[in-house]
Every structure is written in C-alpha cells, then in structure tokens.
Design a protein around this ligand. Structure first.
Ligand code: UDP
Length: 138
C-alpha cells in the first residue's frame, strides 16, 4: 500500500491556548510520521486558496479573520490511511458535539463566536491533501 500524506493545521486557537504539544502527542501516539512542521502566519491570499470551497458562506469572512489572528502550526503527516485516521482523531466539525476522546471533543467548545474555533484542520481527500500541502509548504 502506498503511504499517504496529509496536511494538518493546529489552528490559531490551538496555538494560542498552548495545546500544540498535546495535539502533537496524540498524533504521534497514534503512530503517524511527522515529515515536516512549521509555524506559519498565513496572509489572506493563502487562506483564500485554502478555503476556496467555502467562499460566499456566512462563516467565510469570520473564518479568514480567525485564521489571520495568529500563527498556525502546519504539519505534513504520513502514514497508511492517515487522511481518514487523522479526521477520526480530530472529531466532527462542531466542537460542542464532537465525541469525547477526540481532539475537538476534549479541548473544544462553543465560544459564542461567528466561527467554530475547533483547533485543528485535516485534509479530507487525497486530492485536497495534495492541493493543501502545495499551498502551505510551497
Ligand atoms: N466552520 C464554521 N461554521 C460552519 C462550518 C465550518 O465556522 O458552519 C469553520 C470551521 O472552523 C471548520 C472550517 O470552517 O473547521 C472548515 O469547514 P469544513 O466543513 O471543511 O470542516 P472541517 O473539515 O474542518 O471539519
């Protein structure tokens, strides 16, 4: 089986709350391999590319503002079925209802904002992973 790669982000809320280490520990404990890691302060142009599929949605502008509010940790992560494996570790999008035991379920909550601050991003398909890795690790 070909080893897969994916893009993981510890989003600005995760970095600001000092949860990067705890999140990395879960990724490493699961057994995936860190291939590259960097702190990135994305500009609007990068985020417009990354979140192109959400343009026009009500949360789009708050999402870009949130993602520009501080640095994110970008991770190139490798392993068999890492894309679905990390999304399972992360939990569902809404941190209030994400299952306990997941990153979003254990560390996230609703802060009453227009955007869901849910700590992490993980690519959702091999095509997205290739596209997003090109954006964050160019
Ligand atoms: N998001 C939001 N409100 C929504 C849906 C999404 O604020 O109703 C934000 C949230 O931070 C999410 C990101 O937009 O992680 C991208 O949404 P997507 O549906 O791709 O969720 P994900 O794949 O990150 O779970």
């Amino acid at each position: 089986m070909t080893t897969e790669e994916t893009l993981i982000l510890v989003k600005p809320d995760g970095v600001a709350r000092g949860l990067t280490g705890a999140i990395l520990a879960r990724i490493e404990a699961k057994g995936y391999s860190l291939v590259d890691i960097r702190l990135v302060e994305p500009d609007r142009a990068l985020l417009e590319q990354h979140y192109a599929e959400h343009e026009g949605k009500p949360f789009y502008e708050p999402l870009l503002e949130f993602m520009m509010s501080g640095p994110s940790v970008a991770i190139r992560l490798a392993g068999n079925r890492v894309i679905e494996g990390f999304r399972s570790l992360a939990g569902t999008t809404d941190p209030t209802t994400a299952a306990p035991g997941t990153i979003r379920g254990d560390f996230g909550r609703d802060w009453g904002l227009k955007v869901q601050q849910n700590l992490v991003h993980g690519s959702d398909s091999p095509e997205s992973a290739a596209r997003e890795l090109g954006i964050w690790f160019s």
